[in-house]
Design a binder for this molecule. Sequence first.
Ligand code: URA
Length: 300
Amino acid sequence: MPDTFTDEQRQFLQLLGMPVPGDPPPEMVQAKPMVEAPTILPNRPVSAQAQPASASRPSARRDVGSATAALLPTEVAPTPPVRSPPPPLKAEALQAPVLATQTSTPSADPQRITRIATLDWRDLNNMVSTCQACPLGETRKHAVFGAGNPRGSWLFVGEAPGAEEDRRGEAFVGRAGQLLDNMLRAMGFSREQDVYIANILKCRPPNNRDPLGPEVQACMPYLQRQIALLQPRVIVALGRFAAQGLLQVDTPLSQLRGTTQHYQGTPLIVTYHPAYLLRNPIDKRKVWEDLKRALAVLRQ
Ligand code: URA
């Protein structure tokens, strides 16, 4: 660690539970956002934004094309389109990411992939919850569709549910999730209002082992459809599997970090997975640089 820290670095590390030499213990640090959300969220006039169903903060909303809005959960009020939606995904684009090693499994069936690409949010959720496209369908307790606000401007993508997520059927609710929540808080966000959180795999691999190629191949069309419906303004890939899976590259995380990538035209920033940070807290300080990059991308 460096000997000196900027106030910003210091506050971020404190929020992530990493004491900085010479600072008060974490319990004395007030957990307030380091960034005022309204300054970094989409600059659409507040008056033009529908009020969220569950929250009063207008910055929690983000713009969704009307066709897409119709596909989102009904309890969430639609908002007028501001951006044009991305072009429809081609069947080839929905094929296996680079991490996949097989191409002839039933889950690679082009008809299945094309069908997933037409589902609305509710039907997609239903299909995921009963999915048996790979052997993880046998071992999971719950498929984990995602968490957060489908109308948030931000999409965070993790790897796969862990034990707690499998038990509760919700993304990032274990220890890694608590750290992710702190990262969000440092950005002035909350998962309830500003972000949606999804995973590359919707089912937990036994003993939290790494996802296998055919599992990623089977699950990727779900995430691709989620992204097409969500239309996030920026995507943050948490860890190697999320980054490589979304970008369909084998490039090491170390080379992807510090750059602005794109997923189908949407800016994508790569950072460490919170579970990695729990094991390697020294790297928490690098995460703030990544998140600042993401904030700057959104501001542009
Ligand atoms: N790790 C992930 O990648 N996703 C979760 O939902 C939980 C832990």
